[in-house]
Design a protein around this ligand. Sequence first.
Ligand code: GLU
Length: 567
Amino acid sequence: MCGIVGVLGNHEAAPILVEALKRLEYRGYDSAGIATVNKGTLARRRALGKLVNLSDLLVHDPLPGKSGIGHTRWATHGVPSVSNAHPHRAGSVAVVHNGIIENYRELRAELAGIGLEFQTETDTETVALLTQHYLEQGLSPVAAANQTLDRLQGAFALAFLFDGEEDLMIAARRGSPLAIGHGDGEMFVGSDAIALAPLTDRITYLEEGDRVVLSRTSFEIRDAQGALANRAMKTIQIDVTQVDKAGHKHFMAKEIAEQPTVIAEAIRHYLPVGEDAVHLPGAGIDFSQIDRLTMVACGTAYYACLTAKYWFEQIARIPVEVDVASEFRYREPPIPGKTAALFVSQSGETADTLAALRYCEGKADKILSVANVAESSIARESDLALPIHAGVEIGVASTKAFTCQLSVLLMLALKAATDRSEITAEDLQAHISALRGLPNVLAAALEQNDNIRQTAQKLSEARDVLFLGRGLMFPLALEGALKLKEISYIHAEAYASGELKHGPIALIDKQMPVVVFAPKDRLFDKSVSNMQEVMARKGKVVLISDAPGLKEGGEGTWETIDAAGAR
Ligand code: GLU
């Protein structure tokens, strides 16, 4: 799912669209394109690869016009190519689309049956062809777009532009975010408020199922049932400098470096200075009335939930189930009484997590969410939204959002333990002061960049890497393996250390680095035994621990990293 922008403006649209798409570049994409209407004529330009290719094309072959739509594509149906790039055009309509049209095969067969020809391999082209088909039947652009939207299944955000219509844009969202930006005599559309940040700070977030008809001076939103809908306009503050790398090589490096600051911010919101208890926003939640917690998320957020399970169970003595959202929603599990359901998502728009939340509506006693985007659908639709205050996270592989999610989840577990009288005042204070010291610990860990870089260089030569951890370190090992896969394309797997002997040990040889997460705690000796087993098979151990752990277990290892920074 990539980027959509739209402009009904008073200036040339092409440069505005390209600039707005650049602000969405962080999401990754394989091709890009724009369409404009100029003197009533619809035209488009598309290019494979980076936006600079589109900009270069526009220098040689400009696209005038003050109304336009733009897109960065992340191919789901059809290879990345110029012809598959958006906008897709059929006759008088051009369309940009994020997401997937799930019934596109049926629609393609139907359209082919009436003699229409496809120019692309995408699911999106069915939307353009269907709209054009309805236009040819004499429907107005609004009626044709509505009729088309009624036929679509799947998750999407769409924007339509029409030949001969310089003051009209239609947009819709279902399962994929979309916002309207209000200018002075101008109107904008964006799949992400960041895209619109320098154009306007007045934003209306469309809700699930919404459709909007825009002109330069008006907008009419209808909900999924077709009724006129009143959606609030918000003045948002997106610091455009947050979309800047601030001297770092890339956004991920910037966001890793930001962790001490943003975690301090998250902690300050829940543990105000001078307070000795966790404060939740709004009416909060009373965990003494809750018997069971169900946590649901995807990817990195799922690993944050797996980590928090240890805290809720050990500190608050509350039984916890953790589920991957895409499995949870289709498994349709029973939700017994006195269950709180907790959903974790960086963007707050993760489609499977949102669907899982909706499944729990009316079934769970309380719906909680931990999200980074306070205006997101998941935050809005929960009884209690717990923001993580991480600031805009641009890097696609989550870093600071993960650690902020963990901080908020730990504070929530402490609140649960307090409500359920499962924690002594001393233990609570010990946790609170550890949390308050966390930004310093993180800063010290980050100072080890150079050591970590050396280890990373060695690891970069591996084809496969195994990650091991026990207890709390197991979900962190899972997250470590995910990060290595996503960022370096090196195959990585994580196991609970105790599972080593039940299979993965067969893979260990001198080619196989094994990253072990093991602080000096009550499980440390068991981890050392696992490391011995690995080293006995000539496996190369990278031990990530604290100073006492490295002192005791560092001998014979290939590399060591002091995660607490106390070297
Ligand atoms: N499914 C569409 C395609 O493959 C849209 C992909 C996207 O969200 O960028 O073209």
